[in-house]
Unconditional design. Structure first.
Length: 341
């Protein structure tokens, strides 16, 4: 016999129909196979050394062995850290991860979900902060409802806005903790690279940081709150604008680490020394950025653990109400924000 053995050949050898042979291997939601026929199929398969296609088996049962992971930007190390955790948990469940990027376009999200629905993915994990866009959220909520009705399950990392299980990062409380820790180090004049105004994670981090400083009597001057892209280049452009047009400040808080790295690069290019001339802090504590010089003060979020938690949530038994898993951040002070005085 030339080439791999097919299911049709096994069925012919066993003297049964292809449909019966398929049900013997894959099972069926509404039809069973008599035990004597199942035994004939298994004996024929062993004699012909037939190896079932595991993906075909899963499709026959209604679900594949894939898990979809949707992120905003594959190149962003924030998402690569989360992807590492998702992959760990998926491998434990014998699932393969299908990675897709929205490229920061909220309209791509429901289209990706529709593709994963057609592919009958076992589950979907969606990572990244939401936008202040009720219309986009409504479209996404409907797409996820269709996926769940098809038998899939979903978990979100971010704001709990889509009616599904969600891992919620303590953005506002943790950024407030960071502000208090930096104030205790002697800083009084702060600037913020705040990200886009409609980005809810950026907004939460800005409001937590600025709210704590208000309470401490060191409010952030609106003239040094820079709205810019939630990316490394956004941090660079925001810092360049601040250095060119803003009043002098002691410390710049960027609402994520990659923006902070961009800000440090802009300072270097302008001949400004960090931290001697201006201090810089970020948020996330991305592992791949810990070798930045000077070492960056930030808020540590256990991103790999977040990815694991979201995947386990997506694969757990369904619940009548959306479940929330809250993950706090931890302030980490390093050389980019030394004590003053």
């Amino acid at each position: 016999m030339v080439g791999p053995v097919t299911l049709s050949q096994v069925a012919q050898e066993a003297g049964v129909s292809i449909a019966t042979a398929s049900r013997a291997f894959n099972g069926s939601a509404n039809r069973t196979v008599r035990e004597d026929l199942r035994e004939r199929v298994m004996v024929a398969a062993e004699r012909l050394r037939y190896v079932p296609d595991s993906n075909a088996q899963a499709m026959a049962r209604g679900r594949t062995t894939s898990l979809g992971l949707i992120v905003h930007d594959i190149a962003d190390p924030f998402f690569s850290s989360i992807a590492a955790g998702v992959t760990i948990a998926a491998e434990r469940a014998d699932l393969a991860v299908t990675l897709a990027s929205t490229q920061h376009d909220p309209l791509r999200e429901p289209r990706i979900v529709e593709v994963l629905t057609r592919q009958r993915a076992r589950a979907i994990v969606i990572a990244g902060g939401r936008r202040d866009d009720s219309e986009a959220d409504a479209i996404m909520t409907q797409a996820l409802a269709d996926f769940r009705r098809s038998g899939g399950s979903v978990a979100l990392i971010g704001q709990p806005l889509l009616g599904v299980d969600t891992v919620v990062i303590g953005n506002r409380d943790s950024s407030a903790d960071l502000a208090r820790a930096l104030h205790a180090r002697g800083y009084r004049r702060f600037a913020v690279l705040a990200g886009p105004t409609d980005h809810l994670t950026a907004r939460d981090r800005f409001l937590g940081f600025s709210g704590a400083l208000d309470e401490l009597g060191s409010p952030v001057d609106p003239a040094v709150v820079i709205t810019t892209a939630f990316t490394r280049d956004g941090g660079y452009e925001g810092m360049a604008t601040l250095l060119r047009d803003g009043p002098p400040v002691e410390l710049v808080f960027a609402v994520n680490d990659v923006m902070a790295v961009g800000a440090m690069a802009a300072a270097r290019d302008a001949g400004i020394r960090v931290p001697d001339d201006v201090a810089v802090a970020g948020f996330d504590d991305i592992v791949t950025l810990r070798d930045v010089t000077p070492a960056l003060s930030t808020v540590r979020v256990p991103l790999v653990d977040v990815g694991i938690a979201a995947t386990e949530l997506a694969l757990s038994a369904p619940s009548s109400e959306p479940r929330l898993v809250h993950v706090p951040g931890a302030v980490v002070l390093r050389e980019s924000t030394p004590r003053r005085g």
